[in-house]
Design a binder for this molecule. Sequence first.
Ligand code: S3P
Length: 172
Amino acid sequence: MKASEIDGHLVLVGMMGTGKTTVGTVLAQRLGRPLIDSDAEVEARTGRTVREIFETDGEAAYRALETEALVDALASPVPAVIAAAGGVVLAERNRRALKEQAGLVIWLRADPAVLAGRVRYHDHRPLLDNDDPAGTLVRLATERTPLYAEVADVTVDEDTKTPDQIADEILA
Ligand code: S3P
């Protein structure tokens, strides 16, 4: 079945810097669906940035908010495109919700070396505030690869593709 014929939510998962929000925006426009970005939801609900939440309350508090935003997005009655924050796969509860409630989970996969070049200047990624963000990305990708694989119905290798080409591949 084509992604465009799937009634349920299309959910984009993958590491920081894979362009989940950008690709999600293209898919949502093409399909005439709303885009729900889980980190934007967290920020709208709390009135704080992801960075502020990490810095003030710690990662565990952020992860609880991340789960709430994902679970609520999956419960939304209108079929949407959901750009899920990179860490949603860490919690078993989230992985189960993705497997049970998403129409299609799409894993955007890219080489961590490519991601390192892309994420450098982004502000909502405090996990990369250290001397070796590239090494951190490699470590996180290694830890998370089996978790993304566990929830994914479809995997798109990004290589050098543009967001439009990635959306074409998902919709083809
Ligand atoms: C995180 C990814 C970020 C953001 C936070 C933690 C992660 O979102 O939620 O910095 O653990 O991978 P993006 O995937 O949109 O970069």
